[in-house]
Design a protein around this ligand. Sequence first.
Ligand code: GTP
Ligand code: MG
Length: 370
Amino acid sequence: PETITVQELANRMAARQGEVIKALMKMGVMATVTQSIDADTAELVVEEFGHRVRRVSEADVELGIEGVEDTPDEMITRAPVVTVMGHVDHGKTSLLDALRTTDVAAGEAGGITQHIGAYQVTLASGAKITFLDTPGHEAFTAMRARGASMTDVVVLVVAADDGVMPQTIEAIKHAKAANVPMIVAINKIDKPGAKPERVCQELLQHEIVVESLGGDVQDIQVSALKRTGLDKLEEAILLQAEILELRANPNRPGEGSVIESRLDRGRGSVASVLVQKGTLRKGDIVVAGAEWGRVRALVDDHGAQVDAAGPSMPVEILGLSGVPAAGAPFVVVENENRAREISEFRQRKLKEHQVAGQVAARGTLDQMLA
Ligand code: GTP
Ligand code: MG
C-alpha cells in the first residue's frame, strides 16, 4: 500500500511538521514525524492544508518523473474492466464462456479456475467489455482482492439454486473495500430448484438492495447454460460504465497491473497484464514489479500476436527477465538502464523485506525461548 512519512508529507507541502501532526490528531491519528501514514489519510491532510491532491504512481516517484497529467481532450472512452466474482461453482467461468462464446472451462484442469483469466469481449454494437475471471475457492482470497482492486465494476455471480454463500459474502466485502459498483448476476435460473427471489432477500442481509426490491444495485437473471439474459447483463454493464465515464489517454507510455504470470517451457516468462493507461507496444522496455525486459511479443486473449495494447486491454507480455508478482504494477520506461535501475532497487527492497521478516521471526522465537 502507498504510504508517506509525516516528515516527507510536511516537506512536500512546505508545512511545519508540528502542524501536520496537529492536523492528524484532529483526525484521530496519532503519529510521530518518522511514522508512515497511508495515502488516504495523507490526502485528507493535504486537503486540510488547502492543497490540491495529485497522486502519481510509485513507479513515477522512483523514476523521478513528475506525474504526467492528461488534458481532457487527450482522453478517450475506454472499455469497462469487469471482475466476475462469487462462490465456488456458481458459474463464473461458464458465464464468461457464454459471453465469449468460446469454451475455456473445458480446457481447465478439473474445471476449477486456478488463475485469474482475462478476456475482452466485443459486442455486436462494437462496444467492448474487459472481463477478469476469479476463482471462487476459499483458498484464493488474495486473487479476489486483487481482482476487485483492478476493476471498474464487479459482477457478483450467485447461483439461484444455492443462494448467498461464504465467498459471495467475501466478494461483496472486496467490492465494498475497493469502492467498486456491483451488478448481481443471478445464474442457473434454468434449474428446477432456482429461487431468484430468495437470492435477493439474502442479499438484503448484506446491505445489497437490488433494483427488483426497489434498490439501486442492478440484478439480472441469467443462465450461462441456456445462454439467457446475457444481452441484459451486457446492457447493465454498459449502463454502469456510462455512469462511471471511464476515460483514458492512449497517447502516453503504457502502464497497468500484472494479472498473473508464469514460466512457460517454450516461451519463457509470460506475464498477463491489464493495460490501464497509455499504450503498451512491442519493443517497449517495461518494468513489471521487480522484473524488467524488452517486450519481445504481445499476445491477445485469442492467442494472436499484436503490436500494441491500449487502455483496458488484457495482453500477455513475452520477454521479461523473470516472473513478476501478481498484482504488481508495470510501466514502460525510456531505456534499459532506467529499467535495470528500478528493477535492482525493487529486488533490493524485496530482500530487505525478507530479511526484516526473518529478524522479526527470530525476535518472537527468542521471546518464546526466554
Ligand atoms: P470456480 O471457478 O471453481 O469458483 O467455479 P465457477 O464459478 O467458475 O463455476 P463454473 O463455471 O466452473 O461452473 C460450475 C458448474 O455449474 C459447472 O458444472 C457448470 O456446468 C454449471 N453451471 C454453470 N452455469 C450454469 C447454468 O446457468 N445452469 C446450470 N444448470 N448449470 C450451470
Ligand atoms: Mg471458474
